[in-house]
Design a binder for this molecule. Structure first.
Ligand SMILES: [Zn+2]
Length: 313
């Protein structure tokens, strides 16, 4: 089993051993997919199978994985099946259902739960289960979007337990691997104040730290400095890595930073942001969390960057 460094961000902390060596064992994979002990994690239209339940303190959501023995109709309908890893002796597989699949047509499904977007209910999931569903969803999305070779246009086929797609044209045969697109996300501060902005499309009142995708040929530190300058027109120093968060919605990883602003008034780029301002600690600590002002969602690294900064001495 590979070592796991601590990381308390949502959607990390997967409890499975990814067991990379088994991806090349075709015989083991074929047996594992139909073994009575195996569990299948269905993904349909970017939604995951979950069950609602009530717990002390309110509603909770649990991930649903189906015993392979009960999932015959789903396996028959699946577009792709990908090996996720092992929990002890139990093998977990993602089951990517085609878009035109109709859950209502499979009567065995209804007692287990319903298909929901985990981005809508993520904070209600136990951490390890959120990580499992995010992993399955990201891999399923990649299969759906890479059915054809980007080099020659021929169909691709899944190999290595769903962790590789190979071009089917013998003259080409290019190997395509699951993508993860890096994005930087950064809390910019001047000691006592930090910058939060909002985009017009966000839920009412929501404010967050600045973020953007890393560009080709750019270091992470350069991406932080460029994005901050593009969005609010100030320069930063002391760019320091904090933590990361898988965000496979559909295919990102968020790389969290803290950066110190060189003093300058903000010059907000209104093409990218509806607003951005300096907020002092006292105002943020007393934030109302309502439609006038709210911090980022609780399962986001953005929230953690703000809370960690507020908690600093
Ligand atoms: Zn090709």
């Amino acid at each position: 089993m590979s070592p796991r460094p601590p990381n308390t961000n949502f959607y990390s902390g997967l409890r499975l051993d990814r067991a990379e060596h088994l991806r090349r064992d075709a015989r083991w994979l074929a047996a594992g997919m139909t073994s009575a002990e195996s569990r299948l994690v269905p993904v349909w239209q970017a939604r995951s199978l979950v069950a609602r339940c009530s717990e002390v303190g309110g509603e909770a959501i649990r991930a649903v994985s189906l015993p392979a023995a009960e999932a015959g109709p789903l396996i028959a309908a699946a577009g792709e099946i990908a090996f996720l890893g092992l929990d002890g002796e139990t093998a977990y597989f993602a089951l990517a259902l085609p878009d035109d699949f109709t859950p209502e047509a499979v009567s065995e499904l209804a007692p287990h739960g319903e298909f929901l977007d985990i981005r809508a209910v993520g904070p209600l999931l136990p951490r390890a289960e959120g990580a499992l569903l995010a992993y399955a969803r990201g891999l399923a999305h990649w299969h759906r979007r890479h059915r054809f070779c980007g080099v020659c246009g021929a169909p691709t086929v899944s190999e290595q337990g769903g962790h590789l797609r190979r071009c089917s044209a013998t003259a080409c045969g290019t190997e395509h691997f699951p993508r993860t697109d890096p994005a930087v996300i950064m809390l910019v501060h001047d000691g006592e104040r930090c910058i939060l902005g909002r985009q017009a499309s966000w839920p009412p009142g929501m404010h967050s730290v600045l973020a953007g995708f890393v560009e080709t040929g750019e270091s992470l530190e350069e991406a932080v400095a460029r994005e901050v300058y593009e969005e609010v027109g100030i320069e930063v120093t002391e760019v320091a890595y904090q933590s990361s968060q898988p965000w496979p919605f559909p295919s990102s990883i968020m790389l969290g930073f803290r950066a110190k602003a060189r003093f300058a008034p903000l010059r907000v780029n209104t093409q990218e942001l509806a607003a951005a301002e300096w907020y002092d600690r006292a105002a943020l600590s007393a934030a109302p969390e309502d439609e006038r002002f709210r911090l980022p969602r609780r399962d986001s690294i953005a929230r953690r960057l703000v809370e960690d900064w507020l908690a600093m001495d």
